[in-house]
Ligand binder design. Sequence first.
Ligand SMILES: O=C(O)c1cc(=O)[nH]c(=O)n1[C@@H]1O[C@H](COP(=O)(O)O)[C@@H](O)[C@H]1O
Length: 259
Amino acid sequence: MQKLLTRVQTLNSLVCVGLDPVGDDATVIRRLHEVVTETSEYAAAFKPNLAFFLSRENGVALLEKTVRRIPSEIPVILDGKFGDISSTAEQYARFAYDIIGADAVTVNPYMGDDTIRPFARPGKMVFSLAKTSNKPQHGLQDAAMTRGGSISDWAARLARLMDEELTEATIGLVVGASEPDTVVKLRVACPEQWFLVPGIGAQGGDLSATLRAGLRTDGSGLLINSSRGIWQAKNAGTAARELMEQINQFRTVTSPNHA
Ligand SMILES: O=C(O)c1cc(=O)[nH]c(=O)n1[C@@H]1O[C@H](COP(=O)(O)O)[C@@H](O)[C@H]1O
């Protein structure tokens, strides 16, 4: 958490560079190197998606190598959307933190609070799925519960309660950019927490509407992820810088609409 705060303040950036490598081995190795090198000066964080590494031969070794190449002052969020009972989650936590060297993870909380606890090590950060960016035909998150709003409201509340309880670690939320109205609602429910926000770019999320909806009153508290938008760009550094500038331009001229 401290690493993220220092990074965000030093760079004045809320950009999270997603690493979802695709292509043949030679392309992936070259492009990972380029993306990390070119975007480092704009990246508040990097988010390698575990699936894109596991699907390759020697993918774990490639992931380890990639994370080692990321400058140590930049937080690494391992996006594994882990979510299993605590004894199994403990193994995932060892993988993410001890083997890969991540600073943070994404977790799917739908099996309950014990899926989150093993990841809440001192100084680490957990982003727990609250409202995802996809628009499924058959999804659970919008379903109403008999009491207390929707399932995503429950997930946000759980993340907030766990953040208050687990003082040694920081619990944030994953909130997709596809529904700004939901982003506002979750920001009102969780005014202080960090939101990791995917869904800008390739998934068509509206950057301005998302910023207006989700920025905290201090103009921070969001990490805006772009994966394909940066990976596929002719110049990854330019794409990351432009995203940073668009975000910062918005931060200086507008106050969030829940303030
Ligand atoms: O947890 C995530 O990062 C995530 C949550 C979510 O709701 N939606 C979502 O797209 N993601 C991830 O964010 C990245 C989005 O990639 P792009 O759409 O290419 O920017 C992928 O790695 C997704 O797995």
